[in-house]
Design a protein. Structure first.
Ligand code: SF4
Length: 368
């Protein structure tokens, strides 16, 4: 099966079927079905493939809060910039955090001004950095969903086992089910179906997303990451809309089990507890953050450096918040492509390659 997932001929056949079903859904709903993907990798794949244009007038594909960099609250960005300004601290981060604009700076600007900021490719690299620099403090910026958090948990455990006393994590990890519940509770989310993130579900399982259909009567489908996977998920959602079947489906069964990955979940539970977390555009969401457990407080940068995320206003004119709630598309922002571009981003959705504005700008600008 796997070798067929990038088969263009199969994709074309599936697309024809999907367009026919979408037309039937238009008849049923009286308008194109609105389907939201909540995964930055899906956002990029949809933009790159041109699928949105191929379904124009039949189904609308809209992005939600699926890009980890984009949903990191402005207050957390300020705290991270604050960390970089502490003498003796080296901030270790994934590269896409560097250019996220803060109130009056960014990690990139702090680095240009002399701050010690290292780009790492895994949290384990940050632990190595700490081992090799015993005289300095290394803080890893923990950003991401259930997909990346188990690796961070593992490195905290490794640092604890090694007795490292100069390594900490600024934990800004988020979990997806409470965010979707909050969005659905807000009443703003006028979508007919949700494409669920396969990587997140590989850890959590599909079961934690069953509430979407049970409590809100909206179908959802777990999807993999090739174009054929995404077309397959759209097809399954249209079937569910036409049949009024609101059970959460799993179209990524060879990776996602209903109960998820037990080992990764245990790793998360050993290291983190859930707590309220601020999301950009979505505000404070109950139980949506992963906080480092009390017994591992020595590895918690908030604890060690006394940093608290403050509430900070979004950049003036930036509509990332509305975008992350699925209320607008990137081109509805009047800064898109003029004052806000990937080389000069105003908001985080134009920074990360998984951000909707960056994906639109790169792949769909000519079509809008
Ligand atoms: S175009 Fe730029 S300013 Fe507008 S919503 Fe996107 S990131 Fe924010």
């Amino acid at each position: 099966m796997l070798e067929r997932l990038n088969d263009p001929e199969l994709g074309r056949k599936m697309l024809k079927l999907v367009r026919e079903k979408a037309a039937r859904a238009v008849d049923r709903l009286g308008r194109p079905a609105v389907l939201m993907e909540v995964c930055g990798t899906h956002t990029t794949a949809i933009a790159r493939s041109g699928l949105r244009g191929l379904l124009k007038g039949l189904a609308e594909l809209r992005s939600g809060p699926g890009c980890p960099v984009c949903v990191t609250a402005a207050g957390d960005i300020e705290a991270m910039i604050g960390l970089a300004r502490i003498p003796g601290v080296t901030v270790a981060t994934f590269g896409d955090m560097l250019r996220v604009p803060g109130r009056d700076s960014s990690l990139e600007r702090e680095r240009a001004a002399g701050a010690r900021i290292k780009i790492v490719y895994s949290p384990a690299d940050a632990v190595e950095l700490a081992k090799n620099n015993p005289a300095g403090e290394v803080v890893f910026l923990g950003v991401g969903f259930e997909t990346t958090a188990p690796l961070v948990a593992l490195t905290i455990k490794q640092a604890a086992d090694a007795g490292l006393d100069n390594f900490t994590v600024y934990a800004a990890h988020k979990i997806m089910p409470p965010a979707l519940r909050s969005l659905l509770d807000s009443g703003d989310l006028n979508v007919d179906g949700l494409i669920l993130p396969g990587h997140v579900c590989a850890v959590t399982g599909s079961e934690p997303f069953g509430f979407i259909g049970e409590d809100y009567g909206i179908p959802a489908v777990v999807a993999g990451f090739t174009l054929v996977d995404i077309i397959d998920a759209v097809n399954a959602l249209l079937d569910k809309i036409l049949l009024k079947d609101f059970r959460t489906g799993n179209n990524y069964r060879w990776v996602v089990k209903p109960e998820g990955n037990g080992e990764a979940r245990r790793m998360l539970e050993d290291c983190f507890h859930t707590g309220d977390a601020a999301w950009r555009g979505l505000g404070m969401i109950k139980g949506s953050g992963l906080m480092i457990r009390e017994e591992l407080a020595a590895y918690d940068a908030r604890n060690k450096f006394g940093l608290e995320a403050s509430v900070v206003a979004e950049p003036p004119g930036c509509r990332c918040g509305e975008l992350l709630r699925g209320l607008i598309v990137p081109t509805d922002c009047r800064l898109f492509g003029s004052r806000c571009t990937p080389t000069s981003p105003v908001g985080p959705c134009m920074v990360s390659s998984e951000g909707a504005c960056a994906a639109y700008y790169r792949y769909e600008r000519g079509e809008v």
